[in-house]
Write a protein that binds this ligand. Sequence first.
Ligand SMILES: C[S@@+](CC[C@H](N)C(=O)[O-])C[C@H]1O[C@@H](n2cnc3c(N)ncnc32)[C@H](O)[C@@H]1O
Length: 232
Amino acid sequence: MVVVCRLGSIWQICSSTSETEIDSLILSEMTEIFSYTACRQLSQMFLAIIFFHSSEYILAVASHGKSSVTLESLLISKNYLLAMIFSLLEYFVEISSFPAMKEYQWVSNLGLALVVSGELIRKMAIITAGRAFTHLIKICKEEHHKLITHGVYGFVRHPGYAGFFIWSVGTQIMLCNPISTIAFAIVVWRFFANRIPYEEFFLGQFFGSQYEEYAWRTPSGVPFVKWRPKRA
Ligand SMILES: C[S@@+](CC[C@H](N)C(=O)[O-])C[C@H]1O[C@@H](n2cnc3c(N)ncnc32)[C@H](O)[C@@H]1O
């Protein structure tokens, strides 16, 4: 729509302007359209990141109290920072060398839809699990720790991880970053594929057959992670 309007206005000016002026006019208009895309995609990315991390922290404080929450609940690790820096580098290299790659609005909008859905799924998981949702995996059972099987946990065992997986890959699709989309999908998937058996080992210890039954009737929620605790 923006392109059509701008080309329309160039067309009107064309009748009263010389060829060189028209060339530079088109060039500057194209530059403006190009930076509109960059501004939109980058501002969506920064908003998504700021919202994700600040809401993780706020919900952790709401569930566990300020005294038991550290800045680690912002979930900003060194590897995560490196991955985000790599994705921004990819974005800048591609937008300056192949700007047309970033103009697939439907791809970018699909990414945005994934970012919003992933965020909603993860936050529903955090709110549903309440105190049971801890950023560090519990290896000792606490008295208040109850097995959560209702709400989003009735559909999948790991809605928090599924939500983060969708959110993180969504951020890269939103930026139309092909390399980072694949890299994020592989790295985040591997992270959860290793973490889930570890977490479920302890859940099996805490809740015994109650957990095993739950695990056998409920999928993991992370694609292709089929691991389940052994049935007794
Ligand atoms: C970062 S949270 C992730 C929870 C879950 N894996 C998810 O993706 O929504 C990790 C903590 O949640 C606890 N947890 C995971 N699933 C649970 C459940 N169904 N009921 C109660 N606690 C659970 C684990 O004991 C662990 O300490």
